[in-house]
Structure formats: C-alpha cells, structure tokens
Design a protein around this ligand. Structure first.
Ligand code: NAD
Ligand code: MN
Length: 357
C-alpha cells in the first residue's frame, strides 16, 4: 500500500467548499485504485483563525506542515481583512518558506467549455506555463522616500540571480522534454530590460545544451500576448519571470474559458519541502456559502498533486473523469451550467468509479 500524507487548508470563502469536494474525490480515487492511501489532515487556518487569534496560522505553522507530502490549499481573502494581511499571513509564507520556486499552470480548453477564441477547440490550446515563483519583479526589493512630498521616490527593483534563473530554466526544459511535443518558449523583454532579462536569455542558451531534443524559441512578452491569442497551437511549454508569467497566465485562463477551472501548483522541485497545490481563483466571497463554486480547478490541481506524488494512474483517471463530466454538461453556472458544487462532485466521483475512465 502506497501512502501519502496531505495537509488540507481550505482557508477562506469558497476555499473550504472546493477543497472539501476535492477531498471527497481523493477518497473515491483511493477506493477505486485500492493500493494507495491518502491520509488527509485538515487545518482550520485562515481568516476565521485570524479573527480569533490575530494571526492567519500559528507561529509554528510551517513546522507543522513540513512533514507532509503535499499541501492542498483553497484560497485566502476576506471582505473585512486587508488582502496583504491574508496573503502575506498564510499563502506567501508557505510558498517562500518552502522555496516553492516553480509555479506551474497547465491550461487547456476542457471539452464542453467555451473559449472566447474563434475557430479554436479542445486540442488547439494545450499549454503549461512555468512561472518563476521566488524572485524577479516580486522580490520585495525597493522602498519609498520623501513620502507625500513632491520629490517622493519609489523603487521596485527586480532581482534576477544566476541560481534562481538557472533552476527555473532547468525545470522548464525538463518539463518540456517530458511532454510529447518537446517544445519550449522562453519569454522575456530583453530588448528593453537589458540586464536581468539578457541574463535570462544567456542562461536559456546554456541550459538548452543539456536538452538537445527540446525545440525552443524566444518571445518578447508583448508579442507573446499576440501569439497566445492568434496562434495558440504554436505553443506548448512556456517559461517566464514572476511578473510576466503572472499576467500571461491570467490571459491563458481567460482564453481557456474560466477562472473556475484553472489550477496551479507551487513546486519545490528538489523535494526538500512539501509542494502546494491550489486553484488559481480566490475566495470569491460573492458566491461563498451558496454551494455553486466550481470545484473543477480544485480537482485539476489534485491531478497535479497526484502527478507530483508519483501517482500517474490516479492522476490520469481523475483527469479523464473531469473531462467526461465537463463534456456531459454537468457544470456550475460560471461556465454556463446549472449544476451546483455537490452535483459536479458527485458526477466526477461516479465517473471515477465508471468503467470508461
Ligand atoms: P476571485 O477569484 O475570488 O473571484 C473573481 C470572480 O470569479 C468572482 O466573481 C467569483 O465569484 C468568480 N469565481 C472565482 N472562483 C470561482 C469558482 N471556483 N467558481 C465559480 N466562480 C468563481 O477574485 P477576487 O474577487 O478578485 O478576490 C476575492 C478575494 O480572494 C480577495 O480577497 C483576493 O485577495 C483573494 N484572492 C486570493 C487568491 C489566492 O488565495 N490564491 C487568488 C486571487 C484572489
Ligand atoms: Mn495573478
């Protein structure tokens, strides 16, 4: 029996609703597969915890999480607490404390889900965006002086290190190599940003020599938005800086149909720490408690989690179950359906047990 320990942190808003649905799906997979156990421990951290204790998680939170094989995370954000407190109090300390430097975002048009792009269907858009998740433009390096004065100055200095760029580049090349098309696009803005992003170009060239079977090209980020929109088929694996990939992956999510289906994984490729798997969406307090949150993003990120845990069979089975249910039209209102969270979850569980998956 293979065993995996999973820390489930639903946190805020619809987070606990979709993570609860995801845990039910994992239980169904465990039953169906028979030779694997998911030992899920739930943590009540988040804004509710903050209102009681003044912090989003206990001081030894990271120590508590460290022994787990993976973290299954919902979302943070509450109407009555500033976003920088919820974000910097729980999600970012986990990403940074566990050096989850690769943020991996698969994007595909699921069957049954409409893309805003003309003449594009499932199969024409199948990307994985790899976002540098530890430095770059979000390194937090900067400051403000002369606040409120006419001569006020603010700086926001991007930080690119050889170690940081090389490790994300190696991850991206290896991921591209593992996908059928073996195709990587390195995104920068090295015409205008001639220091850090020229370093990106140089390191891409160096790392590419270790992956002779990967075809790769370079794009400037502005031109990349055009290519993603007009020629989605020409792309497969994409790597970009923290800021650029943040923006490109929102575009990717929109092109694939909805935020409610988009997953992400925050990975420590060296496996020194647990990696964290989450839907891209936030806590969606406009629909919290209504039972209509789309659980597909939370299920798809569970597929990423299973892949990371070495459970390829379970990952494949869950992904096929998701596709069958989307194609059958059992979907939540955000993607044009009439079903609620529980009905979609029940349908995915039935598909997991079905013989055609
Ligand atoms: P959001 O993603 O929570 O919601 C945006 C819109 O998409 C809303 O109309 C919402 O109802 C809808 N939506 C999102 N997920 C859905 C789902 N699974 N099913 C159906 N509809 C869905 O973004 P927001 O409204 O800008 O932010 C709300 C809160 O979430 C804020 O506090 C924000 O800081 C936080 N947030 C957190 C994360 C995170 O934890 N990773 C990410 C984004 C936003
Ligand atoms: Mn973003």
């Amino acid at each position: 029996m293979r065993e995996h320990s999973i820390a489930a942190i639903g946190a805020d808003g619809i987070g606990p609703e979709v993570i609860g649905a995801g845990v039910r799906v994992l239980e169904a997979l465990q039953q169906r597969l028979g030779d694997v156990r998911f030992n899920v421990t739930s943590f009540d951290w988040g804004s509710g915890y903050y209102r009681k204790h003044g912090v989003m998680m206990p001081a030894d939170g990271l120590q508590q999480l460290k022994p787990f094989d993976a973290i299954y995370f919902g979302a943070v954000g509450a109407a009555d607490i500033p976003d920088h407190i919820t974000l910097w109090g729980l999600r970012l300390p986990i990403c940074q404390g566990f050096d989850q430097y690769a943020n991996v975002r698969p994007t595909r048009i699921l069957p049954g889900i409409a893309t805003p792009l003309r003449d594009v269907g499932p199969g024409d858009l199948d990307w994985v965006i790899v976002r540098e998740n530890s430095e770059g433009e979000y390194a937090g390096n900067g400051g403000r002086t002369h606040r409120g004065m006419p001569e006020e100055v603010a700086t926001e200095v991007a930080v690119f290190t050889r170690v940081g760029v090389e490790r994300i580049m190696r991850y991206a090349f290896a991921l591209a190599q593992a996908r059928p098309r073996k195709l990587l696009t390195v995104v920068t803005k090295s015409n205008a940003q001639r220091f850090g992003l020229v370093l990106w170009d140089e390191i891409a060239e160096l790392v590419s020599r270790d992956f002779p079977d990967v075809t790769w090209d370079k794009m400037l980020v502005d031109a990349m938005t055009v290519r993603m929109t007009l020629d989605p088929k020409s792309l497969d694996t994409i790597v970009a800086t923290n800021l650029h990939a943040d923006i490109l992956s929102d575009l990717a999510g929109a092109l694939a149909g909805s935020l409610g289906v988009a997953p992400t994984a925050n990975i420590d490729p060296q496996r020194r720490y647990p990696s964290m798997f989450e839907p891209i969406h936030g806590s969606a307090f406009d629909i919290t408690g209504k039972g209509i949150a789309n659980p597909i993003a939370a299920f798809w990120t569970a597929v990423q989690m299973l892949e990371h845990l070495g459970e390829a069979d379970g990952a494949g089975r869950l992904m096929r179950a998701i596709e069958i249910v989307c194609a059958s039209g059992v979907m939540t209102p955000d993607v044009g359906g009439k079903a609620n969270t529980q009905e979609v979850t029940d349908a995915v569980i039935a598909a997991i047990h079905g013989s055609n998956v």
